[in-house]
Design a protein around this ligand. Structure first.
Ligand SMILES: [Zn+2]
Length: 78
């Protein structure tokens, strides 16, 4: 299962419902994302590491590569 990481995700804005497909960085988290439709500044929901995990249809690359740990999750921290 190599090379199966999806690097694009369609974010659905929780405020206006607008969708936009964005490219995800494979080595970083995206904490802030501005909706191009309503200019709302989106932030990850509690427990999610990035806006793609919260609002996208594809989880971020670090989660997809799946060693269980998120790119910026603190192990053992609830
Ligand atoms: Zn919006």
């Amino acid at each position: 299962m190599t090379g199966s990481v999806t690097t694009t995700s369609t974010i659905t804005c929780p405020r206006c419902g607008g969708c936009s497909t964005e490219t995800m960085p494979t080595d970083a988290c995206v904490f802030f994302y501005q909706c191009p439709h309503c200019q709302a500044m989106l932030q990850p929901r509690p427990g999610d590491c990035c806006v793609f995990c919260s609002y996208g249809d594809v989880r971020c690359p670090p989660k997809q590569t799946g060693d269980g740990a998120g790119c910026c999750e603190v192990p053992g921290h609830e």
